[in-house]
Each structure stands twice: as C-alpha cells, then as structure tokens.
Write a protein that binds this ligand. Structure first.
Ligand code: 1GP
Length: 251
C-alpha cells in the first residue's frame, strides 16, 4: 500500500470535503455484466464516491469476473458488500467486513469472517470493519430473511444507539444502518440523528432511499455516507441529482 491513502482515508476525506459521501450499490444478480460495467462508469462520472458490489443472496456464479469488470470500468474505489464469505474477490479495492451486530447469528457476527480472512490477506484487499445493523422497514427484507435475524424496530432509536456504540467499542471503523435493499421505508431520520449523536465513528445509511430529497434529509440527520442501489437500476439518470443532494460541501 506504500504511502498512498487507504480507501477508508480517501472516503473520510471525501465526507469531510463534501459534507457526506455517496456510495452506489450494484447488485450482480440484477444486471448483466455489460449493464454493470456501464453503471460503474456512470456512477464514477456522475458523482459517486465509491461503488459497492454484493448482495445478501447471490445466484450468479461469476462474482469474481463481475467484480473485475466493474473495477475496470470504475474510476472510484470498488468495495465489496458481501452477503457471505463467497463474495470475496481479489479485484476489489476494499471490503466492508460486515458484522451483523443487530442480530445474534454467530455465522454473520464472526463465522463468515473467519472463512474470508485468509483469502483477504492473500488478495491484499483493504479490510474496513463495519458494525452492520438491519432496521425494520415494513416488510421482511432479503437480508433479514437470509440472515435469520430480527431487525431493529423502527421506533426504537435507543436500541440502534446501543448496538452502534457496541460496534464502536469493539473497534469497528464504521457503522451502517440498513433498511434492506428495496425497502418500503428507509431508516427513520430520528434514528439516524440519535445514532449520529451517540457514536464517533462514521455512519452509513441505506435501504429504500428513493428520492434525492430523502437522501438529503438523511445527510442532514447526520449520515456520513448514503447508499442507493435499486433506484438507479430503474432510473440511472437520477444519479447526479442524488450526488448533488448528498454532497453539501462542508464549511
Ligand atoms: C441495501 O442499503 C442498500 O443494502 C441499498 O438499498 O437498493 O434500496 O437502495 P436500495
């Protein structure tokens, strides 16, 4: 890695300079490789600060090739957002090493991490530990179903606060409140505010964010990074509007 800033440092610089960072999630199962490549290019040019690749359930057997294709097309860092240890690739710049702290499923708290660790060391992929929390969104999300865990109730900000702080005390670099991909309701801004004021590590918020206005409100509430996925698959033209709403140049 030499003297080059790490992906994490780079993200933190972006958040400081722009007020908040914008992460675009690409789901390898929902788009073909040509479309993923095009989306990676559009996201890089349209104002995304990094591209996430992954899914709570992966049907494709070409994950490694897909990550390689996305990396080739992207000019911003490519970060793995894995649902399991099988979603590890040497072609990514970094990985969100997600520990699902809102659940009590040992596989997703530590088990998958043990399986992935030796590979990550060999591949020299930068590891960014993340205290990952699923928040109730009105319907059962894929990540909720696949992980066999209960989401944090939407009106229980105190529960989210305690989980995020526990993640920070365990040494995790970031916290992530996720309503789940395609969620009917995104994470409530009151919960974002409460968690933001309680922890000192950066806070990522995603799941069900459908409009730039919504993204802007989540940043106002204190998110350091906002993630969108689904909405761009339907309407990639909105990417720049999301970027503008999320980047509100810090004074
Ligand atoms: C899901 O937070 C991400 O893990 C993105 O969700 O696809 O609903 O934007 P969407």
């Amino acid at each position: 890695m030499g003297g080059r800033p790490s992906v994490f440092e780079n993200l933190m610089d972006v958040a400081r300079e722009k007020g908040a960072g914008y992460l675009v999630l690409l789901d390898p199962d929902r788009l073909d490789t040509a479309r993923l490549r095009a989306m990676a290019r559009e996201a890089s040019d349209g104002g995304a600060d990094a591209i996430l690749v992954g899914s709570s359930l992966l049907l494709s057997d070409e994950f490694d090739e897909i990550v390689a294709a996305v990396k080739k097309a992207a000019t911003v860092p490519v970060i793995l957002f894995p649902g399991s240890a099988s979603q590890v690739s040497r072609h990514a710049d970094a990985i969100f090493y997600l520990s699902l702290v809102s659940g009590r499923n040992p596989d997703l708290l530590i088990g998958e991490h043990v399986k992935a660790a030796p590979l990550l060391k060999r591949y020299e992929v930068e590891v960014i530990s993340v205290a990952y929390m699923i928040v109730e969104s009105g319907t059962l999300s894929s990540v909720g179903y696949m992980s066999h865990t209960l989401p944090i109730p939407r009106d229980k900000a105190d529960i989210a606060m305690a989980h995020a702080l526990a993640g920070e005390f365990l040494g995790m670099k970031m916290a992530y409140l996720d309503a789940g991909s395609g969620a009917g309701h995104s994470v409530p801004t009151a919960m974002v505010e409460a968690v933001r004021s309680y922890i000192s590590i950066p806070l990522i918020v995603g799941g069900g964010i459908k409009t730039p206005q919504q993204a802007g409100k989540i940043v106002e509430a204190g998110a350091t990074f906002v993630v969108t996925g689904n909405v761009l698959e339907e309407d990639a033209d909105r990417l720049q509007e999301f970027a503008r709403a999320i980047h509100r140049e810090a004074s």
